[in-house]
Write a protein that binds this ligand. Structure first.
Ligand SMILES: [Zn+2]
Length: 182
């Protein structure tokens, strides 16, 4: 199973994490199945609800989460089934799923959810959980940051195409004295 995060969204999450550090920060996001595959998912957007946060926890304000969900669904009703990504930062601390994090995941309302933890150093951990029909806990996920999808400048791509010629490896050179077919 793979989760792809476009680089512009990844940068946004890391900016939230580094600005908040050493305090935590938590948000949600939209995730979609890549239609070409059956187990590759793509994060489409992330949101930052009103919240209060300290070094060990963050808590959404009473209306924080509700306001975001209302906005997102008003924009596009199909987003309702895509709100299945939760991310949070551990400030300067290690990235691991704490007892509180595990309890939060158990409270999750939709059928499945991806959870990402980052810290200000850029370390991360990601997991997938399915709630229904069968509970699957902590399924491993490969995280892929896509630097070719997003609103970033494509200058590096264009420069590479201009300057680098990719060549084939040379054919194996026969051993001295001729090939084994002689
Ligand atoms: Zn945590």
């Amino acid at each position: 199973m793979q989760l792809t995060i476009p680089s512009n969204i990844w940068r946004k999450i890391m900016q939230y994490a580094q600005i908040a550090s050493p305090k935590e920060v938590t948000g949600i996001g939209l995730v979609e199945l890549d239609p070409e595959t059956d187990d590759h998912y793509i994060v489409k957007d992330v949101f930052l609800p009103q919240q209060s946060a300290n070094e060990v926890s963050s808590e959404f304000s009473e209306t924080g989460l509700h306001d975001i969900i209302t906005d997102v669904i008003t924009n596009d009703i199909s987003n309702a089934t895509k709100l299945r990504f939760r991310w949070h930062s551990h400030g300067k601390n290690n990235v691991f799923f704490s007892a509180i994090d595990n309890a939060d995941i158990e409270e999750w309302k939709s059928d499945w959810v991806f959870n990402l933890i980052v810290n200000a150093k850029g370390e991360y951990r990601v997991r997938f959980d399915q709630m229904r029909p069968i509970r699957i806990r902590n399924h491993p996920v490969e995280l892929h940051i896509n630097y070719l999808d997003g609103s970033d400048s494509m200058a590096a791509v264009q420069e590479l195409q201009r300057k680098v010629t990719f060549t084939e490896l040379p054919n194996p050179i026969p051993p001295k004295g001729g090939s084994i077919l002689d």
